[in-house]
Design a protein around this ligand. Structure first.
Ligand code: NAD
Length: 321
């Protein structure tokens, strides 16, 4: 694996390109418009600068990382002689399928095609594929250059060697991966997230609390714990009789709607799309630039804590062997 291609330079694409470039790979990132590429380059520069400020990256490493990324609007140039393609274009099936048609007409049979789709199963993504066995899903989380996990999803046609190579590649760029055993919409994290959001939306609709109240409550409780103590581990620590009682007593009262809530549809219709439009559940200036800066600064502090904790665990394991 030497050459990596990232298709799409949006919220996710630029962060994934940064990740590979930081790990020393030559990356070509493609978007249709120059302006998207310029924005991606600015965001990558900003993200690397914060790491330098926090002494998590040297200036030399920052320069090398920047030099490892080639920006292009030309799809053919981006995919020529590449080993691994990460497709991170919009979540529109037909757009993805059209792009795969072009990719497969250009690249060799050995090129792995990974999608960052949040929702489409491989069965749908490969419906027109000549070589479905080289398709895989690597699902990152925003901001991908900082969030430590990638979900890997395969299907019955995926070559096991493609899974292995992808798993090893994720490890090499500093990611831990979870490989799903079965194909399922939304994988692990988005299923759990959507179940939680359904209830959060229900609480807002019922007038129990505001969006801000929910964020405060979750950040200060589950959010505080989960980086070090997962939801199931937390139950062991709380005692499973309590878990059983909690599930039994609350479950019957939870929302079981299958509809997107009307208030969310209305927000989207009004153009309230979050930071992109400076309004969502909160108001923003400058497309949330300051909010993103603070978020990344905090996430880097957390990442450092997690890395230190992992290093200590490995050290202890090595000395007790
Ligand atoms: N936003 C998230 O938090 C998140 C998290 C995990 C996965 N994803 C998935 O990642 C993918 C990209 O999401 P995003 O949030 O980065 O989207 P985005 O809209 O921010 O970026 C999409 C990029 O693709 C470019 N693009 C549009 N059509 C294209 C085409 N035909 N060919 C090449 N480039 C094209 C756009 O110009 C833009 O640069 C989606 O599949 C999404 O479901 C998103």
């Amino acid at each position: 694996m030497k050459n990596i291609t990232v298709l799409g330079a949006g919220i996710m694409g630029h962060g994934v390109a940064q990740l590979f470039a930081q790990a020393g790979y030559k990356v070509r990132i493609q978007a249709r418009r120059e302006i998207s590429l310029k924005k991606a380059k600015d965001l990558i520069t900003e993200s690397l600068k914060i790491m330098v400020e926090k002494e998590m990256l040297t200036e030399d490493k920052m320069d090398q990382t920047m030099a490892n990324i080639h920006y292009t609007t030309d799809l053919h140039e981006a995919i020529q002689d590449t080993d691994f393609i990460l497709e991170s274009i919009p979540e529109v099936l037909e757009t993805k399928l059209d792009t795969y048609d072009i990719i497969e007409s250009v690249v060799s049979e050995n090129t792995i095609i990974a999608s960052n789709t949040s929702t489409f199963p491989l069965k749908e993504l490969t419906q027109r594929a000549k070589h479905p066995e080289r398709f895989i899903i690597t699902h990152y989380f925003n901001p991908p250059q900082l969030v430590p996990i990638v979900e890997i999803a395969k299907f019955e046609k995926t070559d096991e060697n493609v899974v292995k190579v992808t798993y090893d590649l994720m490890k090499e760029i500093g990611k831990s991966s979870v490989v799903l055993k079965k194909e399922i919409t939304g994988f692990i994290v988005n299923r759990v997230q959507v179940a939680m959001l359904r209830e959060a939306f229900h609480l807002i609709e019922q007038g129990v609390c505001t969006a801000e109240d929910i964020d405060i409550a979750i950040k200060g409780s589950m959010g505080f714990k989960w980086a070090f103590c997962g939801p199931l581990e937390s139950q062991d620590l709380a005692g499973l009789q309590t878990t059983q009682a909690m599930v039994h007593n609350i479950e019957q009262d939870l929302s079981n709607t299958r509809e997107v809530p009307a208030f969310l549809k209305e927000m989207v219709e009004r153009g309230e799309h979050g930071i992109r439009s400076n309004k969502g559940f909160y108001k923003y200036n400058d497309n949330g630039a300051q909010v993103i800066y603070t978020r990344d600064d905090n996430f880097l502090n957390l990442l450092k804590l997690i890395q230190d904790s992992e290093a200590k665990k490995e050290e202890t394991a090595a000395t007790t062997k």
